[in-house]
Design a protein around this ligand. Structure first.
Ligand SMILES: Nc1ncnc2c1ncn2[C@@H]1O[C@H](COP(=O)(O)OP(=O)(O)O)[C@@H](O)[C@H]1O
Ligand SMILES: [Mg+2]
Length: 274
């Protein structure tokens, strides 16, 4: 294990650890007493119903909101972030749901957006080469880095946003609903990309509503309910178990419906047959 925030994370190093993290907005308790661990080379899916506190947790880790209580340990050090660039400098990169790409700019410009005058001090050609290299390492299917983002598919945009977040060599990447707006083929592409990010040794936290996507890529599934931890599952958990933890009832109408349609142990493909 290394203490340097710049050094590589050793395999299975505990990259991030939250203990007792709470967040109140006035009278609203968005998060209460949250514990969360993420290791290097691990994808942790963060699931929960609307209002469960997922986005608030991501915003705390991204340096958007300070926690009201609790400790955040990142690479063996207690950390606080005053702002998003502090989190990024430490090695925590976030891809927010809206991606924050500029439609009218090309892929290179988007990857380097806001970093043109950073210590890297790169010229156009170097930025283009760096972008290609990054996208190639990710086996990303982008036709040309000179393509404007407006002409890219949803999956390609997500790819550009993820590539952009990797530019400063983070140790942890947070993805808020990376597949929410995507069709089947593009979702598969983004899930492959997430696996390649994990293979680079990063810790990944992925928020998702889609249990199939979560199962396909997550090493562990962390459930939040009403702002609290409500179980940690392996991807072989049944839909009934997951839905039960998400909704807070093991015998509710959602899980009964799922069980009627999907006897335990059936595969995804079998489930799609009538
Ligand atoms: N900036 C804010 N001000 C006040 N309440 C907020 C704010 N952000 C989130 N909340 C509240 O915190 C709770 C959790 O919200 P959120 O983190 O967005 O949940 P999720 O992403 O799981 O849907 C909700 O009750 C929401 O209304
Ligand atoms: Mg949200």
């Amino acid at each position: 294990m290394t203490d340097s925030p710049q050094g590589p994370a050793s395999p299975h190093e505990l990259v991030l650890s939250l203990r007792g993290v709470s967040k109140r907005f006035g009278a609203v308790s968005a998060l209460t007493d949250i514990d969360l661990d993420v290791h290097a080379g691990e994808v942790v899916a963060l699931v929960g119903d609307n209002g469960a506190g997922k986005s608030t947790l991501v915003k705390i880790l991204a340096g958007v909101h300070p926690p009201s209580e609790g400790t955040i340990t990142f690479r063996s050090k207690n950390v606080t972030f005053d702002n998003p660039s502090a989190a990024l400098t430490l090695g925590i990169a976030t891809v927010f749901q809206d991606l924050a790409l500029c439609e009218n700019l090309n892929v290179v410009a988007n990857i380097f957006l806001g970093r043109e005058l950073n210590p890297l001090q790169l010229d156009e050609v170097s930025m283009e080469i760096r972008s290609w290299k990054l996208l190639k390492e990710l086996s990303a299917r982008i036709p040309s880095v000179r393509e404007v983002v407006a002409s890219l598919s949803g999956g390609q945009r997500q790819t550009v946003a993820i590539a952009r977040s990797l530019l400063l060599d983070p140790k942890l990447i947070l993805l808020d609903e990376p597949t929410a707006a995507l069709g089947v083929a593009q979702t598969a592409e983004v899930l492959d990309l997430i696996e390649r990010v994990r293979a680079r040794g990063l810790g990944v936290v992925m928020i998702s509503h889609n249990m199939e996507d979560v199962r396909a890529v997550a090493d562990r599934i962390v459930v939040l309910r009403l702002g609290r931890n409500n179980g940690v599952f392996l991807p072989d958990a049944t839909n009934a178990e997951l839905v039960g933890a998400i909704t807070g009832a093991s015998n509710n109408s959602v899980s009964r419906r799922v069980e009627r349609r999907q006897p335990q142990g059936t595969s995804t493909q079998e489930r799609q047959q009538p």
